[in-house]
Design a binder for this molecule. Structure first.
Ligand SMILES: [Ca+2]
Length: 229
């Protein structure tokens, strides 16, 4: 019995925290974003990761995953290297999802690479998405089908109408229109797009009516970052 005139408050919890970014639930540890702790392209003269600075308390597995793919020891990784790191941890990550993740999580300019602090934040965030994925993959198929997606988004506070669920499944299935289900990478991408766009919309819907007046440039500025990959 969702009130589809609204787009959140499925459990009275609003939209999740504002400002943390793209994690599905409460923020974990503080995530200082030290974009100045690395740089590219600084060839580190044979040193091993001298310029790589992870936030205090970063799990050794995260550092290991980063160093394993930062083959040239530049202290930052590109989309191919990030794809390798995530695919090693989570099966396969599509390059489209990887590009969105770099866009959303990278502080670098241009946003084509990612440093250790950003990587650690992303890694943490993906861990939270994985928990959500496993929780809502009710039939243990290893994929999120349309009914599971609807429940998952509702659980996160987004009352997404059925027509939009169908649209999401059709557009985030890795181009393989087999069973209309999402792998983990596509689920993450889909979830971050819904979360990100909902929060952007909400900024324009200050009275929580489910409607907002947007200027043309405001609308384009809101949407384009999410379709850029
Ligand atoms: Ca499933």
């Amino acid at each position: 019995m969702a009130d589809y005139n609204r787009y959140g408050h499925a459990h009275g919890q609003g939209y999740g925290q504002q400002g943390y970014g793209y994690a599905p639930s409460a923020p974990p540890a503080p995530t200082p974003s030290s974009s100045s702790s690395y740089g590219y392209p600084p060839p580190p003269m044979g040193g091993f990761g001298g310029a790589v600075a992870f936030p205090p308390g970063t799990h050794p597995d995260v550092e290991r995953a980063f160093r394993a793919v930062d083959r040239d020891r530049s202290g930052s990784i590109d989309e191919g290297e990030l794809q390798a790191a995530l695919s090693g941890a989570y099966h396969r990550f599509s390059i489209r999802t990887v590009r969105l993740l770099i866009f959303l999580f990278s502080d670098a300019s241009p946003r084509s690479r990612m440093g250790p602090a950003e990587f650690a934040t992303l890694w943490n965030c993906l861990g939270q998405w994985r928990v959500v994925f496993d929780r809502y993959d009710r039939d243990r198929s290893g994929k999120i089908e349309s009914n599971e997606l609807r429940e998952a988004l509702r659980g996160l506070g987004y009352a997404v109408p059925p027509a939009v669920i169908d649209l999401l499944i059709a557009n985030y299935n890795n181009g393989v229109s087999n069973r209309g289900a999402l792998d983990f990478d596509n689920f993450v991408e889909c979830g971050m797009v819904v979360k990100g766009l909902t929060e952007k919309f909400k900024e324009n819907d200050t009275r929580h009516t489910g409607s907002a007046a947007l200027s043309y440039d405001g609308f384009l500025s809101m949407v384009i970052p999410f379709i850029v990959p």
